[in-house]
Ligand binder design. Sequence first.
Ligand code: CA
Length: 379
Amino acid sequence: MDRRRFLGLAAKGAVGAAALGVAGCEQAGVMPPDQVESAVSDDASLPTLAWQMATSWPPSLDTIFGGAKTVADQVSAMTSGKFTIQPRAAGELAPGLEVLNVVEQGAVPIGHTSAYYYIGKSPITTFGTTLPFGLTARQQNAWLYEAGGLEVLQEVYAARFNTIQFPAGNTGVQMGGWFNKEINSVADMKGLKMRIPGLGGQVMDRLGVTVQVLPAGEIFQALQTGAIDAAEWVGPYDDEKLSFHKAASFYYFPGWWEPGPTLEIQINLDEWNKLPEQYQEVLKTAAYTANTTMMARYDAKNPAALSRLINDADITLLPFPDDVLQAAEESAFELFDETAADDTDFGSILTEWSAFREEIQAWHGLAERGYLQYVGRSR
Ligand code: CA
């Protein structure tokens, strides 16, 4: 969030004040929202807009589709209903894995999706979501917002996809997914057919897995019919909703390929440039709110869902064997280096990202891990 521009806007009236309230910054010295008139509703020059939003999600996933909904609700609330956005289920405006395609073409002005669904267009998109053995949600936010990550990715999106994007959700560390057999060593991965997207899928491929990418709504059937042997989605709350425990019984952790994946809104750059500055600020703030809200929602809902799965379903919860983790980590960093050799922009982002990763993991390894290890031991 660009704080100076943000606060400048706040002085003009309710858009900023409401936005500050949403972002939890009420102490910043602006008038409370109920004491100011809405600058947006009073400003006849601001257009009435009704956008349709393509998403990659079924609405039944209230956490992740909820990110799209939070953006829409906040934009409407901050513009007194002058600017509305209607999130649409995967498949309505575009197939779940083709949101960026329709936004890039301008067929749809805005989308809510995972950047790494589009690694076929550019491997750089993975930095917008996550990398195997990469950053946690907090580390990802720190890199994107405060260490130049978002800025450099926005340059890439503008140049390659005619699109601008903002983080608008995170799931936190994911689970390692559902398998129809026990995995005792890396050799057991060979020949498995697994649903897993992004670079994580490419790493699995190197471990001998046959990789498929399916949108959320198609995974259960593939797992149940045996078209695939294993599948990952997000974690207990979503996985329970998608009924994966009725199709496979071995539930693995951690999801080393997605330690803190960011979801994002993507906006066609021509549509973005046509927006008044106030609406651009509103969209940025709405995305920021969605980013925070989705993570909080997953953190609040996952523990109870995991308890239900363990207590009520006939499943076996297991950590990945050490040799799977080690082989995957080795393959992941080989893959990063090879990708960097093919794409110099990927390489320069990787260099910055790796330096950031090393520093923050050392810091969190000391403070966060030190604390959590103690708390875990004391229980
Ligand atoms: Ca996943």
